[in-house]
Design a protein around this ligand. Sequence first.
Ligand code: LTN
Length: 171
Amino acid sequence: KRIFSGVAPSGTIHIGNYLGALKNWVKLQDEFESIFCVVDMHAITLPRDPEELKRKTLDVAKIYLASGIDPAKCSLFIQSHVSEHAELSWILNTIAKTGELSRMTQFKDKSELATGNKDLSESVPLGIFNYPILMAADILLYDTNLVPVGEDQLQHIELTRILAKRFNNKF
Ligand code: LTN
């Protein structure tokens, strides 16, 4: 079985990331064909300073290594270095629906944060809206069987399943 997971270099990585995700991944890499990714394209849904993004991207990679993620046991890479993530994301865009994306609770929360109000119709960056599609592309690109993520990501995983089924039905 193959697993895929990623951390975006957006905030500062902290002990919660280690306990919640990385510690678990270290064990999983012995059991599964593991793909771990620094999902830097997920970090540009809000404006970032380019130099800082570069630094944080490498910081996340270093923290993977420091936590015991072993490149001899898994695949470890930076999302933007593999252009197929963006390419599949576009294709999945063509079958996703605005309604289902609008219902994502993380979209609603983040939009409110970005705009400071509840009127989501104006000035919400499309990247926040599309975010779950890029995540679906990450997962589906590798025919992933299992995706170790926190509970806050369940809705995105469910959308991934829906998009995969819809794609297979249509094509
Ligand atoms: N959205 C996830 C990070 C993420 C991810 C992925 C996790 C991006 N792409 C693919 C698993 C699989 C988060 O915020 N934790």
